[in-house]
Design a protein. Structure first.
Length: 372
């Protein structure tokens, strides 16, 4: 039978993700709208975004936070094009975005001495093959496959190479071993439900040392340049952005950070996300027609939760359309390059009660298309 309870918030998209509970755009600080981002006010708000991020994430001393163009993609490509080259590179890829970084390294930068370690959707490659003398490029959480890195034990504390980590759907949702990560990128439109077009670049001291000692042999677009005359452009990490940011998006991000603080910090967000995943795990455990694309619980994402069903791809599309027409779930289809299935965002901005209300609808829609 058709369920009677509907999610209060049907937004389960994996990016841009649902806004925080109680969000009201009219409550944002609009003092910087219409002002230059280079004004004292604009710079102070941008620096506050960087400083509050570092504080809430508990970054080690010497780590810098900067706001850069083009979302997580821009931030990560900026890091690769600026830092890679001096050492051999190990690239780990097990879904679409990791494959994109692999393409950058092998087809665009055309680096010599590159090793690639890949796995199919739902699986994770053997991270233990990483060479501590090499630079390492990887995603922490595969947003399009629902597979995450279990922990940072495989990263050598005494490594000679740099670790470049795309953590866009992991920051603020998973515990990260910051001392083992030299470069981390994310976009605030993921876990914090912020607006698009801006990326966050976090650099550790070892990455800064590389920037100031290595000059890439290829031309560098202006928006990728992190150094000037062999020195880090430190203003990027103190509120002087490379290009013009949206101050409305900055206000939205500051609102999200205040929400994190009001809950008690990152641990509270991680707990909310894990609680959402637990709802789906309990549902799947009791049914034989649905399963996780990520079969290993240790590497199963608690943000981008990917599900497989005993349906043809066209039937999955019908199912997604049914749920959208009922107004109970928007944008939960699997990523276009991933196996057919559902992808339900379970980050902290989503309420567990909404996930619990959604799952009976998923079962209803499945039987509608399965039984015709």
């Amino acid at each position: 039978m058709k369920p009677s309870t509907r999610p209060e918030n049907p937004n389960f998209s994996s990016g841009p993700c649902s806004k925080r509970p109680g969000y009201d755009v009219s409550s944002l600080d609009q003092s910087a709208l219409g002002r230059s981002h280079r004004s004292a006010l604009g710079k102070s708000l941008l620096q506050k975004a960087c400083d509050d991020t570092a504080e809430l994430l508990g970054l080690p001393d010497g780590y810098r936070v900067g706001i850069v163009p083009a979302s997580d993609t821009g931030a990560f490509e900026m890091a690769m094009w600026s830092l890679l080259g001096p050492r051999p590179v190990d690239v780990f890829a097990w879904e679409s975005f990791g494959q994109g970084w692999l393409t950058d390294v092998t087809s665009q930068l055309r680096l010599d001495s590159t090793r690639t370690f890949t796995a199919d959707y739902g699986q994770c490659p053997d991270l233990g093959q990483a060479d501590p003398d090499h630079d390492i490029v990887f995603t922490w959480n595969g947003t399009t496959s629902g597979v995450r890195v279990a922990n940072g034990d495989w990263i050598d504390s005494d490594r000679a190479g740099l670790t470049l980590c795309d953590a866009t759907s992991a920051v603020f949702a998973m515990q990260l071993p910051w001392d083992k990560l030299d470069v981390v990128t994310y976009s605030w439109q993921k876990v914090l439900g912020g607006e698009g077009a801006h990326g966050v670049l976090i650099l550790g001291p070892r990455a800064v040392e590389r920037l100031e000692s290595h000059t890439p042999p290829w031309p560098m677009p202006k928006v990728f340049r992190l150094t000037r005359n062999g020195k880090l452009i430190d203003g990027i990490f103190r509120g002087a952005t490379i290009n013009t940011p949206s101050m409305l998006c900055v206000a939205d991000y500051l609102d999200a950070l205040q929400w994190v603080r009001s809950l008690g910090g990152v641990d509270a967000l991680i707990a909310r996300s894990r609680s959402n995943l637990a709802v789906i795990e309990n549902f799947v455990e009791q049914r034989d027609w649905i399963s996780f694309l990520a079969s290993n619980p240790a590497t199963r994402s608690n943000t981008s939760v990917c599900l497989s069903m005993e349906l043809e791809p066209e039937q999955v599309k019908q199912m997604v359309k049914l749920l959208e027409n009922e107004g109970v779930a928007y944008d939960i289809n699997a990523y276009r390059a991933a196996p057919a299935g559902l992808r339900i965002w379970c980050g902290a901005t989503v309420e567990s009660s909404d996930v619990a209300a959604l799952m009976p609808w998923v079962e209803w829609a499945y039987h509608q298309v399965k039984e015709g």
